[in-house]
Ligand binder design. Sequence first.
Ligand code: PGA
Length: 249
Amino acid sequence: MRKKIVAGNWKMNTTFAEGEALVKAIIAKKGEVKNDVTLVVAPPFTHLTCLAEELEKAGIGLSAQNCAEHESGAYTGEVSAKMLASVDVKYCILGHSERREYYGETNATLTKKIDVALKYGLIPIFCVGEKLDEREANRHFDVINAQLEVLTRLSAEDFGKVIVAYEPVWAIGTGKTATSAQAQEIHTFIRKALAAKFGAAAEQTPILYGGSCKPSNAAEIFAQPDVDGGLIGGASLAADDFIAIAKVF
Ligand code: PGA
């Protein structure tokens, strides 16, 4: 049985006070979610240290949204995987399409980031997904295959720690969701591509869907056999919606 995971990507939202209130509201409702569903939240860097203990006690995973590709040194403004691990962050989102698009992250950057994240014991939540023009040109499988090269070069041991998120760029923050059939098609494609390298281990890899996921569409998407949960942006900023999504399992 694969893990079921619902992760909230807060992006660059919430002041510390707002983030603290959001965490309290999520914790208060966590009892409504089945025990076999792992909840993860990814607040901004500034909030991580102060939220770690409360989340740990509540059994909710704490994630960063990014980490530096370097281990340490003269990289003004960057936050390292080692620093994140030192404040009990457990997961790290890597390769989100906003990082790829606005900060120029490539497979080369992400290869370094995933290696350093794994070195310091962080669980990568590795995002892949095609843009609208790529889908329209029927290139979505090629694009995703190329993005997955960051994972297929990992050792079997490291690969076993990774969570994948399929986030079609055209569905992120747009209100347009992939249909459940589109999600399933790509999730199976990802699992097969990973199985070609890692064999049966790919059966254990959680593959999350992300892109305008909300309480009204989560049930249908999460019911697909290769969809193991969601990476939620906008809807993770309201505790009621985030919990409602996790409750569809
Ligand atoms: P969204 O974002 O749910 O707001 O579309 C998802 C994501 O970018 O992780």
